[in-house]
Design a protein around this ligand. Structure first.
Ligand code: IPE
Ligand code: IPE
Ligand code: MG
Length: 238
């Protein structure tokens, strides 16, 4: 049986389809999805998960209609305002990954406010992936490593796994143990490429607004049944 996952990452997909199924506009699904975030974050903290990383907005999501992007950014600000008391109550520290500099000013301000207010919380680390792309993360790491090589700070032959990790947005996060994606899509969509190298993948057809605490626990139960071999044989593990 696997141990408790230390780092759980979630691709919270299916909000638009949830709304469509109800004959509502897509944003109704995103609003409902924000409520799910609140419940799942609390549940993960109760389950003593150390790191929870949520995919909230990808670098590719800028290609959506302008109205939808605007609504998503507003929802982010209002959710941060609403949730931040709950984060402290549950001893959760807020963090983020992605290209935060290019987000709207209001999002940046609210994000840095909540990060600052929760910085001394020592329970779960909640990381929001915002304007995040796994390829961009690797490109940025390669750029900063190349720069250090050019300036003789790093010698090329010394570049190893830890050099790469130290230059990723996710440098302070352990590898992902369990990656959950809701909505029935079975793809990674440019999320956490490096850190999911050995993650266990869990796909569920449930749309994110319908995802419950019980569904999260079901994902954990499924994970516990898996044998994580990391290249070894089953006999070596037992
Ligand atoms: C995921 O839900 C949330 C974001 C990308 C912001 P979607 O908006 O992709 O919902 P579907 O996949 O269209 O149903
Ligand atoms: C991934 O969902 C991004 C987030 C959940 C924020 P998408 O809905 O954007 O992914 P694709 O385009 O279906 O792969
Ligand atoms: Mg989607």
């Amino acid at each position: 049986m696997s141990k408790k996952p230390k780092h759980v990452a979630i691709i919270m997909d299916g909000n638009g389809r949830w709304a469509k199924k109800q004959g509502k506009k897509r944003y109704a699904g995103h609003n409902r999805g924000a409520k799910t975030v609140s419940k799942i974050v609390e549940q993960a903290a109760k389950e003593k998960i150390k790191y929870l990383t949520l995919f909230a907005f990808s670098t590719e999501n800028w290609n959506r209609p302008k109205d939808e992007v605007n609504i998503l950014m507003k929802l982010l600000v209002s959710s941060l305002k609403k949730e931040f008391v709950k984060l402290t109550e549950n001893d959760i520290r807020l963090s983020s990954i992605g290209n935060i500099d290019s987000l709207p000013k209001l999002v940046k301000e609210e994000l840095s406010y909540v990060k600052n207010k929760t910085k001394n919380n020592s329970g779960m680390v909640l990381t929001l992936a915002l304007n995040y792309g796994g390829k961009e993360e690797i490109i940025d790491a390669v750029k900063s490593i190349s720069d250090k090589v050019k300036n003789n700070i790093i010698s090329p032959e010394k570049v190893d796994e830890s050099t790469i990790i130290d230059h990723l947005y996710t440098r302070n996060l352990p590898p992902v143990d369990l990656l959950i994606r809701t909505s029935g899509e079975e793809r990674i969509s440019n999320f956490l490429l490096w850190h999911i190298a050995y993650a266990e993948l869990y796909f569920t057809k449930t749309l994110w607004p319908d995802f419950t605490k019980e569904d999260l626990n079901e994902a954990f139960r499924n994970y516990y049944k898996r044998e994580r071999r990391f290249g070894k044989t089953s006999e070596q593990l037992n």
